[in-house]
Design a protein around this ligand. Structure first.
Ligand code: ZN
Length: 147
């Protein structure tokens, strides 16, 4: 199971573009890659709920993506979604619907459009633990921390 999420700045851009395009609705998608959390491919997905507070991936689309991940020999590294109007903290429903204990969960907050906030979590049996995010090898500092 990945202990950190490792993205390139280009992959981060893809995630942010997807999140912004769906605002004011939540956006969602899948990050596929390696066991150490290194992402190889970003799969932006449709949020079939079309909601500003909920997301649900299209099951057919999800099936096709999981099939491609298997063919490429990758793993499911993370499931990501956006919070258009709230912090990057898992909601009670996010925890309930965290069906993949081996996956990380990345949440992008667009509360502040100019400064999106990203946090990644492991969610197992309702237990939430934050994990580090690395972009181009540098640990992402949450706003207000460090400096
Ligand atoms: Zn959420």
């Amino acid at each position: 199971m990945p202990t950190a999420l490792r993205l390139s700045s280009r992959q981060l851009d893809t995630i942010l573009r997807h999140a912004r395009a769906w605002k004011p609705e939540e956006a969602c998608g899948i990050l596929a890659g390696n066991g150490d959390g290194r992402v190889e491919r970003v799969f932006p997905m449709e949020n079939v709920e079309h909601s500003s507070t909920l997301y649900m991936m299209d099951s057919q689309e999800q099936f096709r993506v999981f099939d491609e991940i298997e063919r490429e020999g990758w793993q499911l590294v993370a499931i990501f979604h956006s919070h258009p109007h709230s912090p990057a903290v898992p909601s009670a429903r996010d925890c309930e619907l965290a069906f993949y204990p081996d996956s990380l969960y990345l949440i992008v907050s667009l509360m502040d459009d100019a400064l999106p906030e990203l946090h990644a979590y492991r969610i197992v049996d309702g237990e939430v633990e934050e994990v580090d995010i690395f972009v181009d090898g540098n640990r992402l500092e949450p706003p207000g921390e460090g400096g």
